[in-house]
Design a protein. Structure first.
Lengths: 326, 308
């Protein structure tokens, strides 16, 4: 959805990031992950810490190297020294491409998969824990707070987020707090609280951490209210020794764009394996045509809207006259 | 029955919006007003982002006034020259207004601004109409009548330079006041998503002293063009015109207006104005309420529409 628009706002965004970097360098203060994410690494699955300002300066000095390290770490993780063959999770989604047409009223995606080399005696054993995360694109977001100014409720403060998932759904075999420790969950952006909410560098410098936390909680709360942040404990169900499934709902107001499905396999608090898959959520038919028209040729679209309005108005007037004389 | 709106990016109940369009259409037919000032707040209350509500409102105003303007034109009730002068002002005002929407949207103050604009104008106009209609009703009860236009009466407006002769309106006045009025109404139309007839008509009658038979036609004439320009501007600057939503509202609005007009023919003018005044004040109060009452949620999130 943002793909087309990004053409137009990429430059100011780049400036903003640049300015943020400069400001961070100048002040010698820790910058947020937003900087690293803003450079385009966020979507590739780099396990960045969410929201919070990271304490280490190396965080922003060398995002590329850090990213590479993270990747390596990910690959190493399942390597638990064991004689038996390692468990590996494999998964897929029920629908790879979802069409958003004028009749789109939301849908449901089933994420299913299996544990290769499963040592689980039965489906009910609870030997493994599986967490499924379905995440939308990182999109810029603005959170505002109202306060009372001379008797009126006015937006006074705001925090800009360089990126926040447009959609974030998490399903698990049991509450994620029971599955693994916070640092591990945070590292992999598992859980609503650890979704990658990266405040703009400017906001990080200006606003106190406690305040930032309030904003973050508000964003999560509001997104949950909108139905685009979803948490479903016990929604991942094992069907056999190795087969599992999770149904995740996509509401009608889900922002259009690619989605990433991440599946994590845990055993006693350790991450054994993970798997990633993609879901395409795309406009189709008239929706796509209108949207492209409105975004790519806005002036022409404006004239088209006027023409449509005039025709509709005149047709109605003609109908009215007929009724008048009849 | 739901339909996905491509620009507002949400799925809405078609029946709800058809009903809303028909209701506003009925009222606009009943009172002979554009209805934009009712439609935009209703759209915002129902969850449409305010920028989209205003942008789509402009398109809806085009549709609801074009047939009226044509009818008035056929009856020779349009002062083209005066309309053109108003239109020039209107386009300037509209351009400024659309830019203003963009700036306010970025600053996060658009919702506040639109609410304040509505409260102010609906409050003032509603109160004036209420007073006027009560007086009129009292006058008809006591049996006296008063001509709206007293010819030969002059005010400061008639002493301005750049005089022009408007034959159809039998006026010889400066071009500055119509330009200013046009610009003001165009500006308001752009930020409020309304045609501005509810300001234009009283301004023409009381400030310019245009004969009443020409007022409505000329006002509609310029409304069509200014709204058309506003629609194109909103689409190109703010990407906020949703044609699917627009069509739903237009179709239902036009049908509603027919029944409204039929119902209006059975009511007296003063009573209609009294009712309209009450309605205007009600909308004003409803919008004002949200501004002063402590909201349950102090935070709000938004993705900026169009170019951030």
């Amino acid at each position: 959805m943002k793909r087309v628009r990004s053409l137009t706002f990429r430059r100011p965004l780049a400036c903003l990031i640049g300015a943020g970097l400069m400001a961070a360098l100048w002040a010698g203060l820790p910058a947020s992950d937003a900087v690293a994410q803003g450079t385009g690494k966020a979507e590739t699955g780099g396990q960045a810490q969410p929201g919070k300002a990271s304490p280490t300066p190396s965080d922003w000095r060398d995002p590329l190297r850090k990213f590479a390290q993270r990747k390596k770490k990910d690959e190493r993780l399942p390597a638990k020294a064991d004689q038996q063959p390692k468990e590996v999770v494999e998964a897929d989604v029920s629908t790879r491409t979802i069409a958003v047409t004028s009749a789109f009223t939301g849908t449901e995606i089933v994420v299913f998969g299996s544990v290769v080399n499963s040592r689980q005696p039965s489906a009910e054993a609870g030997y493994y824990d599986v967490i499924v995360v379905l995440e939308g694109m990182p999109t810029p977001l603005l959170a505002r707070r109202k306060s009372n100014v001379a008797g009126l409720w006015v937006n006074t403060e705001s925090v800009a987020y360089e990126s926040a998932p447009s959609y974030y759904a998490i399903a698990s075999t049991r509450p994620i707090e029971e599955i693994a420790d916070e640092p591990l969950l945070q590292r992999h952006a598992i859980g609503l609280d650890f979704a990658r909410l990266a405040p703009a560098a400017q906001s990080v410098l200006e606003i106190e951490p406690a305040e930032l936390k309030t904003y973050k909680d508000a964003v999560i709360r509001l997104k949950q209210k909108e139905g685009v942040f979803i948490k479903a404990d016990y929604a991942v169900i094992f069907i056999g020794k190795s087969l599992f499934r999770a149904a995740i709902s996509l509401p009608a107001n889900v922002p259009v764009g690619p989605l990433t499905a991440r599946v994590y396999l845990f055993r006693e608090g350790d991450l054994l394996s993970s798997f990633q898959s993609r879901v395409r959520l795309e406009r189709e038919g008239v929706e796509l045509w209108l949207y492209r028209f409105a975004m790519k040729q806005p002036v022409l679209y404006g004239f088209f809207a006027v023409l449509l309005a005039v025709v509709a108005g005149l047709l109605a007037s003609a109908a009215f006259r007929r009724r008048d004389t009849a | 029955m739901h339909i996905y709106l491509p620009i507002a990016e949400m799925s809405v109940n078609v029946l709800l919006f058809l009903g809303m369009g028909a209701a506003v259409g009925f009222l606009s037919g009943l009172f002979g007003v554009g209805g934009g000032f009712l439609m935009t707040p209703l759209l915002i209350f129902s969850g449409i982002p305010s920028a989209v509500a205003v942008g789509t409102g402009a398109a809806q105003v085009v549709a609801s006034s074009v047939s009226g303007a044509m009818a008035q034109y056929r009856r020779n009730n349009v002062d083209i020259k005066l309309g053109a002068v108003l239109l020039i002002g209107g386009i300037v005002g509209s351009v400024i207004g659309v830019k203003m929407v963009r700036i306010l949207n970025l600053a996060g103050q658009f919702d506040l601004f639109i609410a304040l604009a509505y409260v102010t104008f609906l409050g003032v106009i509603g109160t004036l109409m209420l007073i006027e209609s009560i007086h009129a009703i009292q006058r008809t009860r006591s049996g006296t009548s008063r001509a709206l236009r007293q010819s030969g009466q002059h005010n400061w407006i008639h002493r301005l330079p750049l005089k022009m002769r408007f034959h159809r309106s039998k006026l010889y006045i400066s071009a500055i006041p119509p330009l200013m009025i046009g610009a003001f109404v165009g500006f308001l139309g752009a930020i409020m998503g309304a045609g501005g007839g509810f300001i234009m008509v009283p301004a023409m009658i009381y400030l310019l002293r245009v004969p009443t038979n020409v007022v409505v036609g000329t006002s509609l004439f310029q409304t069509v063009f200014v709204s058309a320009v506003t629609t194109v501007m909103q689409a190109s600057e703010n990407y906020s015109v949703d044609v699917v939503l627009g069509l739903i509202l237009i179709v239902s609005g036009v049908i509603g207006a027919q029944y409204g007009a039929a119902a209006g023919a059975r009511l007296k003018g003063e009573q209609l104005r009294l009712l309209l005044a009450a309605l205007v004040l009600l909308v004003c109060f409803r919008i004002g309420w949200d501004l002063v009452v402590t909201p349950s949620e102090l935070f709000s999130i938004s993705k900026t529409f169009g170019v951030p």
